[in-house]
Design a protein around this ligand. Structure first.
Ligand SMILES: Nc1ncnc2c1ncn2[C@@H]1O[C@H](COP(=O)(O)OP(=O)(O)OP(=O)(O)O)[C@@H](O)[C@H]1O
Ligand SMILES: [Mg+2]
Length: 340
């Protein structure tokens, strides 16, 4: 609402403008809420896209484990070939464990809340995830440099990379093409100022493809919400606006350079955070203890309890097992354990 008034007092004129900001504030709040909902929905969708690739990767892993277990049980006739199968089982299981860890990182809300994360580690994880979703006739290469922590969660970095690489894949289509990712630490100085970035150290992530490229008109519109050149069932036109939203909220910038028919390159600048996070402290020989411990293993599956008990005992620790929380509580009342 806009009210203009003109008053006359003691001979002086007053010209005033009153603006009602309530509606503007409400609109701003609604916009923020919608943005949050959109962010959440995009994350769920990204997890959905991953599910297909992950299921495929798990099938491979399980067939190796199953096959090798059968070889060890029925085929291998000497100690050496049995050991070989067992060590392949261990390696492949670790691959599955790693995949689960990455998936949890991708979907975990807790990690999303993190203020900052190691850029190289997050980019490496995202690339590994992207590889499971993009066909192998598209080559994905990366040249990733350590550049410390950035003020963005690893989930946000995963989302940025997944959206950019999915777009690159769509721009390439069903032919052998390439996606190149690079990460460099750069200094933005007063003379190289970009998009109003504050001078300082930045992580520069580049995602380049040899897809169809963009014409000038499309290039100006790609970050707009709902702008898509894909069919209605193929694209919602939200991917890049989510990427833009994340980067802007983290005081970074995103630019694109493209040539129609040749390909595109997206440049993402994220400010590097100083110092080392407290929870990044890792286990070193100084803070690890070699003393024998008394450990209580709690799990409802007999097989899992047996495995843990055997491995822990082989390291020289004492173990007891409980099937569930009630049995565990009863045992801790009777005996003192170092670790449960
Ligand atoms: N690497 C690229 N090469 C060529 N065009 C691109 C590239 N990335 C984005 N675009 C263009 O920008 C448009 C908007 O991209 P955006 O990711 O926002 O939405 P979308 O991919 O169409 O749909 P969504 O991501 O919601 O599934 C795309 O439809 C496409 O025309
Ligand atoms: Mg997209």
């Amino acid at each position: 609402m806009l009210i203009l008034f003109w008053g006359r007092r003691f001979g002086d004129g007053i010209l005033g403008v009153l603006r009602d900001y309530t509606t503007k504030r409400e609109a701003e709040e609604t916009r923020k809420r919608l943005e949050e909902q959109l962010h959440h929905a995009r994350k769920l969708e990204a997890v959905g896209t991953l599910a297909g690739g992950v299921a495929h990767e798990f099938n491979n892993i399980l067939s190796i484990i199953l096959g090798r277990a059968e070889i060890a049980e029925y085929v291998a006739d000497d100690e050496e070939s049995r050991k070989k199968s067992l060590s392949i089982i261990v390696k492949t299981t670790l691959r599955a464990k790693d995949l689960v860890r990455k998936l949890l990182m991708f979907s975990s809300k807790e990690i999303e809340m993190a203020e900052y994360s190691n850029m190289k580690a997050s980019v490496d994880e995202a690339i590994a995830l992207v590889r499971t979703t993009i066909p192998s006739f598209i080559s994905i290469t990366s040249d990733i440099e350590e550049c410390g922590s950035v003020y963005a969660s690893s989930t946000e970095i995963h989302q940025i990379i997944l959206n950019l690489c999915t777009n690159a894949y769509h721009a390439i289509g069903d032919r052998a093409g390439f996606i190149e990712l690079s990460l460099r630490k750069v200094d933005v100085t007063v003379t190289t100022l970009l998009d109003g970035l504050t001078p300082g150290p930045y992580a520069l992530l580049t995602v380049r493809d040899d897809g169809v490229g963009l014409d000038d008109e499309t290039r100006l519109k790609i970050f707009e919400p709902f702008y898509t050149t894909k069919g209605p069932s193929k694209g919602t036109g939200l991917g890049l606006s989510v990427v833009h939203g994340i980067i802007k909220s983290r005081k970074g910038s995103v630019n694109v350079s493209s040539k129609l028919g040749k390909g595109s390159a997206f440049f993402i600048y994220l400010p590097i955070a100083g110092g080392v996070k407290q929870n990044e402290v890792s286990m070193t020989s100084e803070n690890r203890s070699d003393a024998s411990l008394k450990i209580l293993v709690v799990d409802d599956e007999q097989e899992v309890r047996d495995v843990h008990q055997t491995l822990i005992s082989s390291l020289g620790h004492m173990t007891e097992c409980a099937e569930g929380p009630e049995e565990a509580i009863a045992l801790t009342k009777k005996e003192k354990f170092d670790i449960v």
